[in-house]
Design a binder for this molecule. Sequence first.
Ligand SMILES: N[C@@H](CCC(=O)N[C@@H](CS)C(=O)NCC(=O)O)C(=O)O
Length: 136
Amino acid sequence: MPDIRLYTANTMNGWKPLIFLHEAEIEYDLVPISFAKREQKSDWYLKLNPNGRIPTIVDTSNDDFVVFESGAILWYLAEKYDRFLSHDPKVRSETLQWLMFQMGGIGPMMGQAMYFQRIAKPTGHEDEYAIDRYVN
Ligand SMILES: N[C@@H](CCC(=O)N[C@@H](CS)C(=O)NCC(=O)O)C(=O)O
């Protein structure tokens, strides 16, 4: 049985651990989370990820240790499998700087841009100011 059980869906944050596991050639169990059924907000899933979002992993080889937040998942997998994160403090720091940049900057801005352009706009809640801000 693979160590890692991955709860995810077909979104950009959901792909991040999949890309890691694929590139590192690590086997995993996949549990698809249905947004249509709002499984990410169900009681059983909120016990794993109190933020009610994907992705989440469970490491069955480590007391069923749960990791949520895609950046923390990548970091955990990098340390567990000793892949993609250098032991050299400067190189390691550079990798983590880009991870933080993606998690704290690019990711949330892209999420808001997507929301205002693709979700709010078609429902008539058009906000060009918000779209300009998050796109630019
Ligand atoms: N900071 C979180 C963001 C996770 C996130 O926003 N996931 C989205 C999909 S990309 C989600 O689960 N959306 C469903 C919802 O908000 O109910 C991470 O990086 O894991």
